[in-house]
Design a protein around this ligand. Sequence first.
Ligand code: PEP
Length: 249
Amino acid sequence: MRKKIVAGNWKMNKNLQDGIELAKQVNQQVLGNNVTVILCTPFIHLSEVSKVISKDSLFLGAENCASEASGAYTGEVSAEMIKSTGATHVIIGHSERRAYYNEDNKTLNKKVKLALENELTPIFCCGEVLAERESGKHISVVKQQIEEGIFDLSPEQFSKVVIAYEPVWAIGTGVVASPEQAQEMHKVIRHLITEKYGKDAAGNTSILYGGSCKPSNAKELFDKPDVDGGLIGGASLNADDFMGIVNAF
Ligand code: PEP
């Protein structure tokens, strides 16, 4: 059966000391929880946060990785480097990477493969902007992102991928998707997986919702049958808020 997952995305917040403190607080509260909880931190935090978390109950992820394996790419951080910090996950294709750094599906596909080659679990993000939803294109947009981003993986590779549906209009805006809107898209995504990789693969793939998820709205989202957890931005910056979402399961 697929995993329930709550992953925090700290984005470009918290200096190193504050990040370590937050990780310690989450670590204290997370022990014994049956949800897979992941902290995705800025690159420079990874190796230090790795030292203060109990890795059987709290996992560590990066927010991005390079699209090349190694070499003359000044300022980039490779999947192999991320793995060497103790991280196990990496967010790929967050809408902020797509929008501000022009990351297209082809580039993201390379990143996913590098993550998998380095035994990192990719958390592959997809989602439409408001104009696409309003013009009724949201499903075709997400379909294309998924088909071009991850549907050339082998079944074995695909079985290691986590998907996060994050409508861009809900990210950091306080406007959360309704549980029905989330469920509709998650069901579509699971159907696409069924068509491509079969029913078992679809049933085993965790599909997370992201976008203004808070302790007060998490339960109604997570209650939906195809919503397997959340990717959490703003609310992951406070241990109590973040754990409030984890405990919504
Ligand atoms: C995100 O950045 O992935 C996100 C979901 O942000 P927020 O929870 O702040 O909307």
